[in-house]
Design a protein around this ligand. Structure first.
Ligand SMILES: [Zn+2]
Length: 134
C-alpha cells in the first residue's frame, strides 16, 4: 500500500499536468473556492477529477463530464487501490513517503524526516526512546 506525506499544492499540480496530458481548470479556485478540476486521460481512460486543494480529497468520474451523482472513484474509497491508474492518480495528488534507506525501525539513524520508518517510532516526532532496540 502506498503511503504519503502530504498532498500537492495547486502550483505543483499546475506544473505536473501538462506532462501527464491533463488539463487543470482553476476557475473555482481562482474565485476563492477549494477545488480545481482536472480532466484528460488516466492510463488511456478519460476522466474528470475534482481535487480539494484544502484537504487533498479527490473524486471523479470516468468520461469527460462532471456529473452530480455518486463519483466513480474517490480518494476515500480503497476499491481501486491496486489499480495502476488509481495509483498514478494518488502519486499525482500526493507526495509519496520515501522508503527508508536503512530500514531502521523506529527511525534510529535515519535522516529523512517523513520517512516510512518513522511510522512505528515510539517517541514523538520521530525521536527515538533510549534503551529500546539492542
Ligand atoms: Zn527511515
Amino acid at each position: 500500500m502506498l503511503t504519503f506525506q502530504r498532498h500537492r499544492t495547486v502550483e505543483e499540480l499546475r506544473a505536473l499536468c501538462p506532462a501527464r496530458g491533463l488539463t487543470m481548470n482553476t476557475d473555482r479556485y481562482d474565485r476563492g473556492g477549494d477545488h480545481v478540476v482536472l480532466s484528460g486521460q488516466i492510463n488511456g481512460c478519460a476522466a474528470v477529477i475534482l481535487f480539494n486543494t484544502f484537504n487533498g480529497v479527490f473524486w471523479g468520474y470516468f468520461g469527460s463530464e462532471l456529473r452530480g451523482e455518486t463519483p466513480d472513484f474517490s480518494s476515500g474509497n480503497d476499491r481501486f487501490d491496486d489499480e495502476p491508474w488509481f495509483q498514478n492518480l494518488l502519486r499525482l495528488f500526493y507526495i509519496e513517503k520515501a522508503d527508508c534507506p536503512i530500514s531502521a525501525v523506529g527511525g534510529r539513524g535515519c535522516e529523512q524526516p517523513d520517512c516510512t520508518c518513522k511510522d512505528d517510532a515510539p517517541g514523538e516526532s520521530g525521536e527515538v526512546l533510549e534503551g529500546g532496540a539492542a
